[in-house]
Write a protein that binds this ligand. Structure first.
Ligand code: C5P
Length: 399
């Protein structure tokens, strides 16, 4: 099944590098073609000869000379594989990816690639827990890089803790499943719009009313739907996030603009309203900066359009499935059910935002509510929420 699939395996310098030989064998046993890059420090642990013998492909080392560049340029090397696997991945290579450093072949290829990257970290527990490493891990995760491991366990240096590279069998399975998922496009014939982030309602040219929202959940949902084949338009309020890998991203500021862009994106099969839209806008925006004059300032607000409600209640071009979010600080289930009814959407994902949970964080705890079912999803990463929701959407649209 994986006959034509290709993995570029980057072996960096950790004691776990010897396990990369087993990874090469395992991937090849799954009919995956493996080409390797061995970093300079990686070559202190395994030899190019053993890698070449097992992979049956040329090994590219940091001694990347003109002949190599002629045969297979570093750009081509970064693109010819379906995915790039870094195993073992040292703290050093993760730091280079996080900062976009390109001082050797492996890092150059990792920065130049347009393919998914999986890393299998391997390092001493203190290095893993180090603040700089943890910051880099976060950057990598935010950039969509996938992690397999590390595990807790005995280290080569005699210490015990998190940082041990996952077993080759685990890495092989993860890589194989990931490669197969690249062909899994059950939403190929569907289209989606996702709203995300806050909206900004200007009071004057420099002041505004807004909501606290990072946009993370909507971005990951848009990316997941797109990866499953749906033609996906993300309509985003102002966030600090880089554009996700989707078909179209439209940046907006106010709720009115968001509403307008949603209308333009119709018809779609799926609409996910994950944006934290400001409920009110300023009735009369001041064109100049409002000055203090020692007295009270009254600002009159009027209601913004409720995008979720409008999409749900449209007579024409109503999406087949409309999903909203309910951020609540109390009576989560009860209030979410009321919202489902009132807004006329098909599903509501309720989340508890009291005590600083959820907003700006990487995890979410969802109460899934439809007309016929209620499910409590355990606390999980926002990517996992996107995954779970997307699979529910696939089931729903296919049934
Ligand atoms: O009414 P409330 O803001 O709590 O509802 C939250 C849900 O409604 C979210 O899905 C949000 O994206 C959507 N919403 C909207 N337009 C608004 C307000 C909320 O689409 N003006």
């Amino acid at each position: 099944m994986n006959k034509s699939k290709k993995v570029l395996l980057i072996i960096t310098g950790g004691i776990a590098a010897y396990k990369s030989l087993e990874i090469i064998r395992g991937l090849k046993a799954n009919n995956i073609d493996v080409t390797c890059i061995l970093t300079k420090s990686g070559s202190e642990f395994v030899t190019p000869l053993s890698i070449e013998s097992l992979s049956e492909n040329k090994v590219y080392t940091d001694l990347f000379n003109l002949t190599d560049e002629h045969e297979m340029g570093h750009i081509q090397l970064s693109r010819q594989a379906d995915i790039i696997l870094v195993a073992p991945a040292t703290a050093n290579i993760m730091s280079k990816i996080a900062y976009g450093n390109t001082d050797d072949l492996a890092s150059t290829v990792l920065v130049a690639t347009n393919k998914p990257i999986i890393v299998a970290p391997a390092m001493n527990v203190r290095m893993w827990l180090n603040n700089a490493t943890q910051r880099n891990i976060q950057t990598l995760r935010n950039d969509g890089i996938k992690f397999v491991g590390p595990e807790n366990g005995e280290m080569a240096c005699g210490e015990y803790g998190e940082g041990r590279m996952s077993e080759p069998s685990e890495i092989i399975k993860y890589t194989n499943d990931f490669i197969n998922s690249l062909d899994f496009k059950p939403l190929r014939d569907f289209s989606a719009l996702v709203t995300s982030g806050p909206t900004k309602e200007m009071i004057d040219p420099v002041r505004f009313i807004s909501n606290e929202s990072s946009g993370k959940q909507g971005y990951t949902i848009a990316e997941k739907l797109s990866s499953l084949g749906a033609y996906t338009t993300l309509i985003s309020g102002p966030t600090k996030l880089p554009n996700p890998n989707v078909d179209k991203v439209v940046h907006v500021s106010s709720a009115d603009e968001m509403m307008l862009e949603c209308d333009k994106a119709l018809p779609v099969n799926i609409a996910i309203c994950a944006a934290a839209v400001a409920d009110y806008k300023v009735m009369k925006q001041s064109e100049t900066k409002i000055k203090k004059n020692g007295s009270r300032l009254d600002i009159t607000l009027e209601e913004n359009p409720d995008i979720l409600s409008r999409l749900s209640k449209r007579n024409d071009k109503r999406p087949d499935l409309v999903v909203g979010f309910a951020a609540e600080t109390e009576k989560l289930e009860e209030n979410s059910k009321i919202k489902l009814e009132k807004k006329g959407c098909d599903w509501i994902l309720g989340n508890n935002v009291s005590n600083g949970q959820v907003i700006g964080k990487d995890t979410n705890e969802i109460h899934f509510i439809s007309k016929s079912e209620t499910e409590n999803w355990k606390q999980m990463r926002k990517e996992e929420v996107a995954e779970k929701l997307s699979h529910k959407i696939v089931q729903h649209l296919k049934s």
